[in-house]
Structure formats: structure tokens, C-alpha cells
Design a protein around this ligand. Structure first.
Ligand code: PRX
Length: 675
């Protein structure tokens, strides 16, 4: 075990015992540690009985014949859950509450301008979902078609997702921070013929020309025949294409206020969500209807303790998995109220989150450490004047939560009363894998906690591929049993799914993360083992950024011959991207003759990445260098680059595999000179 792992495992249990903290729910779902243990054991040893029982939380159109079906060993193939069953996700999230409690608020919208917020009840939501569903059907959308949604955090984003699900189509949400190039790739890969977007987005008074961005992307997507445009500001014009565009809500208003949901098979895809992997091409992770929805429902209920009386505020965007599961499907499948927030945590003041919690009596608040790091800089005094007594659980997601941030969150936001649920999971898992359960499992700062029901963690030796069963242990974090909400495939590329998740460690599902586990079974996540970088909780593949740098042109000519992108620590965003690039000979000549200035080329490269992928992917720095550190077989040693940027030149580690060791001092000089 490394020193690092030992250090992590020695973190003491926080002084407040779990039992001293209130459970997250007045209607306690899991009462205590003994009950958690008993349920957990059953979920692992007899998943069919456990999940068969839990599945009663969903409304089914046809009962399933078998809870879990899979061929061969656990992960020789992706499993099928609730085989033979039929259901509809929008019915589960909307109709059953609209029928029981029509006037209950389903969505609280908090706009960029706090004055412009409003609420939507479950019965209103049903009407809007039904009208949008019929509008999509009228444009030819059928069961199994993919509809792309490119919308900011608005009620219409939720309505669109549920409308797509209602007619058995598959939604593919693209984060509204992505640029035209990234949208185009995802629309083409998913074979979408219909895109839902809006005229404009609003962020800290900035007006984003959303429709213009989509139009640019669609110039290279001839198969898109319909663009539904949510017209948010009827008083101001936006670019229109009369042959393709359909304006909402006008076009939806003529449809009936009810249309029946289309029941689909349990395994029918509910959505695709593109995420980054080790290679350049983003993967369309494909989630299914029943297993995913049940995972979202159960984790929201058992971990956050959400009941229909609660108001959950998840700050994560619907363009990422956190928004899907905990801003849309989890809260609505439980009949609760969800807060949809379009702005930033610091607009108009850095108390925006606390103001929302206070005004709407939020019961569960869920955000990422990157936002907490930002807010902590403003001091805790500004939080004190808000009444946060409604809060019962605090969630954190996307990256490890450092101890000082954890303490700040626990003490000043939770006021020592709320469990910090450090939820560990990923796009592929659909819902939480590991977390503390308020009032049930004791918290250990630094640890994400214990596994959720049905999650059987395994620490695998990266070299032998065998599970390490003694405790404590450190290695690759894998899962050794199928769970209902796991992604079933990569869209149109099941072979890639198998290669990425099932084949690296046969018999296990590979998460991509390293982790350690202590003698009590507490899990400490160590971070990605592949070339995925986590910038402000946004997962980016270094390969994706590298390919946009390599595609960059200046004066019509390619700029770079090769490049390497690495993730480095950043105080606010967790990690930031740094690019090392080698210029083409013509550009080197222009620099040497003074025709081009290196700083301009670096800035141009940053702008190109912003434009190609999105502003959130903008590298912090581009270093122009003569060569990259490569092994004799041509593999770039990114570790060396990371250490050099971190100023740890003395700890570069083993360099004997480098084909040309003299590149190292040259790189150190380049970094110093281009500060
Ligand atoms: O490295 C892990 C990190 O985020 C990755 C998943 O990113 P994504 O698919 O975009 O989903 C983010 C939201 C679930 C993981 O492989 N990660 C996520 N949660 C945590 C975390 N790292 C440490 N602690 C966490 N709680």
C-alpha cells in the first residue's frame, strides 16, 4: 500500500456520530446501520428478490418475467433487468403525481434574473409534456428515434426530455456550453433527425445566442429535418430557417392537453449521454428505461432521503449525468419538487445558492466541490444571514471533496446538522455507486463512504487483474456484479463498450478510477487512471482536446505537428488543461523571423479549443516546445509533463525509457520562460 493510501485510511471518523445527525427524511427509508447492512447483504446475495421488491416503487404497464438475466459470468456481457416488463418513464415521473397531487409543484425555475423565476405544478407539467410529445410525433419522431436536446437549465429542458421519453424515443442532451463542432459530432453520431433548442440562453447577464450556435452546427448535419426552437424572448428576433424550424410554445398549443404514454420494454433505451473516454471520439453512453429509472429513484430516496414533500436542488446541468439523474428523473420519479437553476453560483451575488435554499425551503442540496471552492473564498459570514434550517442532506459529486472544503460545507452550510453525502459515481453507472446515507452510515471525510444497494465493489490489482480481497487494499476500482442502472452500451458500438468496460479486467466492470478501501469497507476514490481530466466537474478527454489542437489552422495551414494535453491541479476548477505543442516548421520559421509572436499563437490555440469544444474546455496555458518526452516506442510520457508544470522537476521519476532524455531540460526551460 502506498503512503498516500495509508494517509487516506487514517482519516478519523468525524466527531459527530451518524446517529446524532438527523436522517435526511422524516419518512425514514433506511433506519439504521443494521438495517442498511441487512438490506445490502440481500441486495448482493439475492439481487433478484431485493430488486424485485424495490421495483414496486415504479408503475408498470406489464409486470416483468425475470428480474435479472445475463449470460456467462457477471460481466462477459451486459445484463438485462426486469425482462419482459413494460413501463414509461414520463408516466412514472409525471402522470402518477399529476393524478394524485395535481397542484403540487414539480419544478421551481430559478432564472438568471431571480425576479423571473416561476413554478410548474405536476398537472401543468403533464400538459406541457403531452403537447411537446405530440408536436414531436407530428414531426415524425417514432419509438427508438434519437432526439437531440441542446438547452440550458430550463423547465423546457425537463419537458423535452420527458416528452421524448413519453413517445418511446431516446433523448440525447448536449451540454449547452458545447460549441458547434462538438454538437455536430454528437448529432451525427446519434443519427438525430430532430433537435430541440432555444433562441437564447442567459448566464450572469450574458446573453448566449443558442440558436445561432445550433444553426452553425447543423450546417454539417443534413439529416436534421426539424428544429424545435423554444422561443424564450418573443420580443427579440433570432435566426430562423422556415423550412426546418418549429417555434415552441406556439406550435405545441394546438395539441390536446393529454396524450397516452407509450409503454416500452424495460431494456428500451431511455437516453444517450455523450461522455469523454481515453480516445478522441466521445461515447454515447446508452441507458435503459427500467433499470436506470429504478436506480435514480432508489438512490434519491435512500441516500438523499427524498420524499414527495421534499424540494431537491441539484445544481448540476442536465447536459451531464448529475442533471439527468438528480435534477430530473430521481426527484420526479419520487414525486418531489426539483429546482432548475439557470445561472451561476455567484450571480448576482455569491449567496445565490443560499438564497434559493432559504426562499424555497430546499431540503436536499447537491453540488460539486468546484462550486464550493469558489464560494468558500467569499467567507462564511455571508451565508450566516440565510435560514438554511430546511436542509437535511448535502451532496457533493464529480471529484474528491478535500477535507477543508468538506468541513466548510458541513459546518457553515449544513451547520453541523446535515450529512455530507460525498457521492461517487459516473455517467456509466447511471446513479450513485458509493455514498454516506444520512442518519445511517457514519461519515469519514476523504471517503465517499459505503456502497449503495446492489453495488459490489472490487479492488483489482492493475497488473494481475485479480481482485485484492484483503483489507485495506488499493488498486483499480471495479464492480463485480451487475446493477440495474448501469449503462447498457455505447450507442451503435457495443464492441467499444465491451472493450472499455468489460474486457480490461474480465469478470468486472471497470470504472476508470483508482481507489482504496479500508478495513471497514469505506471507499476512498483516487481519481482517473486514464487520460480523462475533470475540469470543474466536466469530464474531458485529453485526446479530444489534442485532436482539436492538431486540427487547428492559421492562414489556412496546419499549426501544430504534435501536442500533448495534461491535467494539472487548479485551486478552483479542480483540474485545468495545459497543452504542450510543437509548431509546424513554417510556423517555427515565422516565429524565428519575428513574423509571428509565440504568445499570439498560444492564445490562438486556446481560442480554437474554446471554439471547437466549448469555453469550459479552454486550456489554461499552451506551451510551445521543440519536442515532447517520448518513449522509444513513441508513447508520450504525460507524467513528466505534469510534474514539470507542477514545478516538481526533482521528482520526474524513471526517465530511462525516454528516447531522448535531453528533451526534459528543454521542456523545463520552456515552461519557465513562457510563464
Ligand atoms: O473520477 C470520478 C469522478 O468523476 C468521474 C465521472 O465523471 P462523469 O461521468 O462526468 O460523472 C460525474 C458525475 C457523477 C469518475 O470516474 N468522480 C465522480 N464523483 C466523485 C468522483 N471522484 C471522487 N469523488 C467523487 N465523489
Amino acid at each position: 500500500m502506498t503512503l498516500e493510501a495509508e494517509k487516506l485510511m487514517n482519516v478519523p471518523t468525524i466527531p459527530a456520530p451518524a446517529t446524532a445527525l438527523p436522517p435526511a427524511s422524516s419518512e425514514v427509508h433506511v433506519r439504521n446501520m443494521d438495517q442498511y447492512k441487512a438490506l445490502y447483504e440481500q441486495s448482493i446475495n439475492d439481487p433478484e428478490t431485493f430488486f424485485g421488491e424495490q421495483s414496486k416503487a415504479l408503475s408498470w404497464d406489464r409486470d416483468f418475467d425475470k428480474v435479472l438475466y445475463h449470460v456467462g459470468n457477471n460481466f462477459s456481457d451486459s445484463p438485462a433487468w426486469f425482462v419482459g416488463g413494460k413501463l414509461n418513464a414520463s408516466y412514472n415521473c409525471v402522470d402518477r403525481w399529476a393524478l394524485q397531487t395535481p397542484n403540487k409543484v414539480a419544478i421551481i425555475y430559478e432564472g438568471d434574473d431571480a425576479e423571473k423565476g416561476y413554478s410548474i405544478t405536476y398537472s401543468e407539467l403533464l400538459v406541457r409534456v403531452c403537447q411537446m410529445a405530440q408536436l414531436l410525433q407530428s414531426k415524425g419522431v417514432k419509438v427508438g428515434d434519437v432526439v437531440t436536446i441542446y438547452l440550458p437549465m430550463t423547465p423546457e429542458a425537463v419537458i423535452s426530455m420527458l416528452a421524448v421519453a413519453r413517445i418511446g424515443a431516446i433523448h440525447s442532451c448536449i451540454f449547452a456550453g458545447f460549441s458547434p463542432g462538438a454538437i455536430k459530432d454528437r448529432v451525427i453520431d446519434s443519427n438525430s433527425h430532430v433537435v430541440i433548442t432555444c433562441d437564447k440562453g442567459y448566464r450572469a447577464t450574458k446573453v448566449i445566442q443558442t440558436k445561432k450556435i445550433v444553426d452553425e452546427a447543423l450546417e454539417s448535419c443534413p439529416d436534421v429535418k426539424t428544429v424545435v426552437v423554444i422561443n424564450r424572448d418573443p420580443s427579440s428576433p433570432f435566426p430562423q430557417n422556415p423550412e426546418r424550424d418549429v417555434i415552441y410554445p406556439d406550435a405545441a398549443a394546438s395539441f390536446k392537453s393529454y396524450c397516452a404514454p407509450v409503454p416500452v420494454d424495460s431494456e428500451h433505451p431511455l437516453f444517450l449521454l455523450y461522455t469523454s473516454g481515453s480516445t478522441g471520439k466521445p461515447k454515447g453512453m446508452q441507458h435503459c428505461t427500467a433499470g436506470y429509472l429504478l436506480g435514480a429513484l432508489l438512490t434519491t430516496r435512500h441516500i438523499f432521503g427524498v420524499t414527495p414533500d421534499d424540494t431537491l436542488f441539484t445544481s448540476g446541468d442536465i447536459g451531464w449525468i448529475t442533471g439527468h439523474t438528480y435534477a430530473v428523473y430521481g426527484p420526479l420519479a419520487n414525486g418531489a419538487t426539483t429546482v432548475i437553476f439557470e445561472s451561476t453560483p455567484v450571480y448576482p451575488t455569491p449567496t445565490r445558492y443560499w438564497d434559493i435554499v432559504d426562499r424555497h425551503k430546499v431540503t436536499q442540496f447537491y453540488t460539486a466541490p468546484t462550486a464550493l471552492r469558489l464560494l468558500r473564498q467569499y467567507g462564511h459570514e455571508i451565508i450566516d444571514k440565510y435560514d438554511l434550517s430546511s436542509l437535511r442532506a448535502l451532496g457533493s459529486v464529480g471529484e474528491p471533496i478535500a477535507e477543508e472544503i468538506w468541513e466548510w460545507y458541513f459546518n457553515y452550510v449544513g451547520r453541523g446538522r446535515c450529512t455530507v453525502c460525498d457521492t461517487y459515481w459516473l455517467t456509466e453507472s447511471g446513479s450513485h455507486l458509493v455514498s454516506s446515507i444520512p442518519g445511517v452510515t457514519p461519515m469519514k471525510p476523504g471517503s465517499a463512504g459505503l456502497p449503495f444497494f446492489g453495488i459490489k465493489p472490487a479492488i483489482v490489482d492493475p497488473v494481475s487483474g485479480h481482485e485484492i480481497t484483503e483489507r485495506p487494499a488499493e488498486g483499480v476500482f471495479a464492480i463485480s456484479q451487475p446493477w440495474p442502472s448501469m449503462a447498457r452500451s455505447i450507442f451503435n458500438d457495443y464492441a467499444r463498450y465491451q472493450d472499455t468496460y468489460l474486457k480490461p479486467y474480465p469478470g468486472f466492470f471497470f470504472t476508470g478510477d483508482g481507489a482504496s478501501i479500508d478495513s471497514e469497507g469505506y471507499i476512498f476514490i483516487g481519481g482517473r487512471m486514464d487520460d480523462v481530466v475533470n475540469v470543474s466537474g466536466h469530464r474531458l478527454s485529453t485526446a479530444e482536446v489534442e485532436s482539436s489542437v492538431l486540427d487547428a489552422t492559421m492562414d489556412g495551414e496546419s499549426m501544430m505537428t504534435e501536442c500533448a494535453v495534461v491535467g494539472v491541479d487548479d485551486e478552483i476548477t479542480g483540474q485545468a488543461l495545459v497543452v504542450f505543442a510543437v509548431c509546424e516548421p513554417w510556423l517555427k520559421d515565422d516565429i524565428a523571423s519575428g513574423k509571428k509572436i509565440p504568445q499570439d499563437i498560444s492564445i490562438e490555440t486556446i481560442l480554437i479549443v474554446r471554439k471547437e469544444i466549448g469555453p469550459f474546455a479552454a486550456p489554461r496555458k499552451v506551451y510551445l516546445v521543440d519536442d515532447l518526452p517520448k518513449t522509444r516506442s513513441g508513447k508520450i510520457l504525460r507524467r513528466v509533463l505534469r510534474k514539470i508544470v507542477a514545478g516538481e522537476e526533482k521528482q520526474l521519476g524513471e526517465l530511462s525509457t525516454l528516447s531522448d532524455p535531453s528533451v526534459v531540460p528543454a521542456l523545463i526551460d520552456a515552461v519557465k520562460n513562457q510563464k
